[in-house]
Design a protein around this ligand. Structure first.
Ligand code: PLP
Length: 288
């Protein structure tokens, strides 16, 4: 089956889908994106993703290419045309095409590209045995709350993790506190049973999965604190895990080659994995 992409107003076969070489996304990474999981044929937490998209666009003064309602329709159309039952939608909006000059052009039309692809069901071993992470310095800019397409430090971090045989890299700020993963949010459960993730200020991306988990943890009456945690706290935690739209929730059972909590998947993480699966299934039931 050949894939289809939406590019600035038309649906095109993937091989023919292209953007102008003077697109500011290509030249300056002057754009934002969203990755939305598709479960049972429908987008997961669509409202949250679109709200974050609107916020990212506003922070960078990029005009939305269409209304959020229209975007919703196009995203569904792309998922349908690519026969995606379970997978992801990728959406990228840039400031558009203009002669290369750092300052914003006076007139440019935002560019919009949307693709969708199927994804295999998550590796069951990732859930039963957990994944490994490494900890590295966070070398990114100071506005990590904006979901910018400028992802070079994240790519370097993921490659470092891959080279070390790990699934993810957790990044650490200059105070020795974990910010987040290269493509996920970072969580621990302390020895007092407190679920902890860093507060969503400019230092991290406010994950949509993160927000869903905070709500689900409250429903499950899990003791929760939004604060930074140190490398030391992480390595001696009772549990650790990551969250993202595509990785979902994966227990972390090793940090920098050392087992976390004896290398076992903990009960809080298991509870949240089950609650999140029910949350995704519930959205489909509500929609259709
Ligand atoms: N943090 C970073 C740096 C990410 O790239 C991502 C997802 O790609 C996340 C956190 C998790 O965000 P979400 O749950 O919205 O997928």
């Amino acid at each position: 089956m050949s894939r289809v992409a939406y590019v600035n107003g038309s649906y095109r076969p993937m091989a023919e889908a292209c953007v102008n070489i003077e697109d500011r996304g290509y030249q300056f990474a002057d754009g934002v994106y969203e990755v939305i999981a598709v479960h049972g044929g429908g987008p997961v937490d669509e409202e949250g993703h679109l709200a974050r998209l609107e916020r990212s666009l506003a922070e960078l003064q990029i005009a939305p290419p269409m209304s959020m309602g229209a975007l919703r329709l196009v995203m569904r159309q792309v998922a349908r045309r690519n026969h995606v039952e379970n997978g992801m939608i990728y959406l990228q909006i840039t400031r558009g095409v203009a002669p290369r000059n750092h300052a914003f052009p006076e007139h440019s039309l935002s560019s919009c590209v949307i693709t969708a692809k199927r994804m295999p069901t998550p590796d069951p071993e990732h859930v039963s045995k957990g994944v490994a992470v490494i900890i590295i310095p966070d070398i990114r800019w100071r506005r990590r709350d904006i979901k910018s397409i400028s992802l070079l430090p994240n790519c370097l971090a993921k490659q470092q993790a891959a080279d070390a045989g790990a699934y993810e890299a957790w990044m650490m700020d200059e105070n020795g506190l974990i910010t987040e993963g290269a493509a996920s949010n970072a969580w621990i459960v302390t020895n007092d049973g407190e679920l902890v993730t860093r507060e969503a200020d400019f230092s991290i991306l406010n994950g949509i999965t993160r927000l869903a988990l905070i709500r689900l943890a409250a429903e499950q009456e899990i003791l929760f604190s939004e604060r930074p945690f140190s490398r030391e706290e992480a390595v001696s935690a009772r549990e650790a895990f990551i969250s993202s739209s595509t990785s979902l929730i994966k227990p972390v059972t090793a940090i920098d080659g050392e087992p976390v909590a004896g290398g076992r998947v903990g009960p809080v993480c298991r509870k949240l994995i089950a609650a999140y699966a029910a949350h995704m299934a519930g959205q489909r039931a509500a929609e259709g």
